[in-house]
Design a protein around this ligand. Structure first.
Ligand code: HEC
Length: 237
């Protein structure tokens, strides 16, 4: 009996992979987001992009009093807070803590892995969030990617699968060459900043704390020597 159940499970699993032509989401490796958290110019560019493109749908509630955010135009009155009915019935999530929730590499890969899918109401799909309700906002920048699972070499054992193993760019978008990668890097850098605005300051203070502790250790040691001098002297008397 158990053997049959196992066989059925295995068969349905296999047909799922082959029917959609896609490996399970967990098997797609994340690309490393090449961000530099100390690059304030990149963070500011990302904030601008967020304000002009992403904030028509996503809120950023926890960063509303931040100076950099305000300069970029990320203010509460411009956030879509009172929208009650979203197209496709999915409310776009607040992205204030997205970098903590998903991680920067996940976001970087997500924004790179939209592909054309006429079966979806938005006309696009995503490798990391199958049947995502987010429209192909970034496809206008990147160009249209199409799913090409024939690029996958299932014969190779332990081959790590990246998003670019599964899709190919078919038409140009408004951003050429590395421009798209740079724009996404800026956006992800900004999202990392939004989730931890004091990250750089904390690192900075951390070095001061370590410096203070090292001086403190030396002082404590000298003090100990001073006290023991008396103790030893009395012992010898
Ligand atoms: C037209 C509305 C719209 C715009 C504009 C938009 N998004 Fe989205 N986004 C969505 C929706 C809806 C979802 C939820 C998708 C789902 O769960 O199916 C989403 C999901 C996401 C997620 C994944 C959230 C998660 O953890 O599952 C990220 C990251 C994201 N968007 C980033 C962005 C960025 C960056 C921009 C700007 C370049 C942007 N979005 C622009 C509608 C939008």
């Amino acid at each position: 009996m158990l053997r049959y159940i196992f066989a059925i499970l295995l068969a349905s699993f296999a047909t799922q992979i082959w029917a959609e032509g896609l490996p399970p989401v967990e098997e797609i490796a994340l690309s490393k987001a090449p961000i530099d958290r100390s690059d304030m110019e990149s963070i500011k560019r990302g904030a601008k992009l967020f304000a002009t493109t992403c904030m028509s749908c996503h809120t950023m509630k926890y960063l509303r009093y931040n100076k950099i955010a305000q300069e970029a135009g990320i203010t509460l009155d411009k956030m879509p807070i009172n929208v009650t009915s979203w197209p496709y019935g999915v409310t776009p999530p607040d992205l204030s803590l997205e970098a903590d929730v998903r991680g920067v590499d996940w976001i970087y890969t997500y924004l790179h892995s939209f592909y054309k899918d006429p079966a979806r109401p938005t006309g696009v799909n995503n490798l990391l969030v199958p049947n995502t309700a987010m429209p192909g906002i970034v496809s206008a920048w990147q160009g249209d990617q199409v799913l090409e699972t024939s690029k996958l070499d299932f014969g190779v054992i332990n081959h790590t699968i990246y998003w670019y193993d599964l899709v190919s760019l078919k038409t140009d978008g408004s951003m050429k060459g590395g421009q798209f990668d740079d724009a996404i890097t800026d956006l992800v850098n900004f999202l990392a900043y939004a989730a931890a605005p004091y990250h750089e300051e904390q690192q900075h203070i951390g070095w001061w704390v370590l410096g203070f502790l090292s001086i403190f250790i030396v002082l404590t040691f000298l003090l100990k020597k001073e006290y023991w001098k008396d103790v030893k002297k009395r012992r010898n008397d």
